[in-house]
Design a protein around this ligand. Structure first.
Ligand code: GUN
Length: 287
């Protein structure tokens, strides 16, 4: 059996097309949704992400506000900018790119963003709302991962899901979404005993650990849905650099029912979901 390939790139493109229609309608009614992205410092990976976010924001017809601050920026200065963006009616979503330089406490900054403009879904208010099923803004990567799973199977009730990784950004919110969909969820992490055995019981396996090709083909239950959140740059035996996920793709593809590739799986969904969250935030603020 060769697994069905879950084409995140194509699914993200469709989502952006739908968003563009919504954005056009909102703009015609007098309010073009706007996303502010704040980058502090010159981290090369962050610069690429921020550039892609700004480009795609404009492509769906939204207003993009970009703030690039020097690495020496103080916490009070950044908090003053967040306050200004909170108060700015043209800004529907605020994203402060992580990581932040060491003199700035990320938790303090993320908590300063108004929950209704927190399109990352990192504010404790949104974390609580999502955990209690009371609405809230869902973090982009788990939201995109759920959308991908739902393209393969709509009803997830009763399925065993294993999430490898317990980060606040991916693992923990992923658990909440799978629970809300009726799955029996196990969270695995670095202290988990017999991880391969645990994974072999998973109908849905989500890998979000940042360890290149850690999940081997014989960890995968035949027919399982495998979602690979990892994006790891490795150098092959030929000396060439390439991107791989947390799952040994070729091995897992031979066993799974459906699998996301890296690149072209979860990655493109993350920015598309950021745009989705911004449009949603704009609609809620206007309602
Ligand atoms: N840095 C890497 N991923 C993310 C993300 O999803 N949001 C923010 N704000 N920073 C990041």
């Amino acid at each position: 059996m060769v697994a069905q390939l879950i084409d995140g790139k194509a699914i993200a493109a469709r989502l952006r097309q739908d968003l563009a229609v919504e954005v056009a309608a909102m703009t015609a009614q007098g309010h073009r949704p706007g996303l502010a992205v704040v980058l502090v410092g010159e981290d090369p990976a962050s610069q690429v992400y921020v550039r892609n976010k700004a480009r795609q924001t404009v492509e769906v017809g939204m207003e993009s506000f970009e703030y690039r601050l020097p690495a020496s920026t103080g916490q009070d200065e950044l908090l003053a900018l967040v306050d200004r963006l909170n108060a700015d009616p043209a800004v529907d979503g605020i994203l402060v790119q992580l990581p932040l330089p060491p003199q700035i406490d990320a938790t303090t900054v993320l908590r300063a963003i108004l929950p209704e403009k927190d399109v990352d879904g990192f504010h404790p208010t949104n974390v609580g709302l999502v955990a209690t099923g009371a609405g809230g803004i869902v973090p982009c990567t788990p939201l995109g991962s759920m959308m991908l799973i739902e393209t393969v199977r709509r009803d997830l009730a009763g399925l065993n899901a294993v999430v490898i990784g317990r980060s606040n950004i991916v693992g923990k919110p992923m658990v909440q979404l799978l629970l809300a969909a009726g799955c029996t969820v196990t969270v695995a992490h670095s202290k988990t005993v017999d991880l391969p055995g645990l994974c072999r019981r998973a109908d849905i396996l989500v890998a979000a650990v940042g360890r290149p090709e850690m999940v081997r083909g014989d960890w995968v239950k035949p027919g399982a849905i495998v979602i690979d959140v990892g994006i790891n740059r490795v150098t092959g035996a030929d000396g060439k650099s390439r991107l791989v996920g947390d799952v040994a793709f070729a091995e897992a593809q031979a066993v799974a029912g459906a699998i996301t590739p890296v690149p072209g799986g979860v990655g493109p969904m993350t920015i598309a979901c950021l745009l989705h969250n911004t449009v949603k935030a704009a609609a809620v603020r206007r309602s």
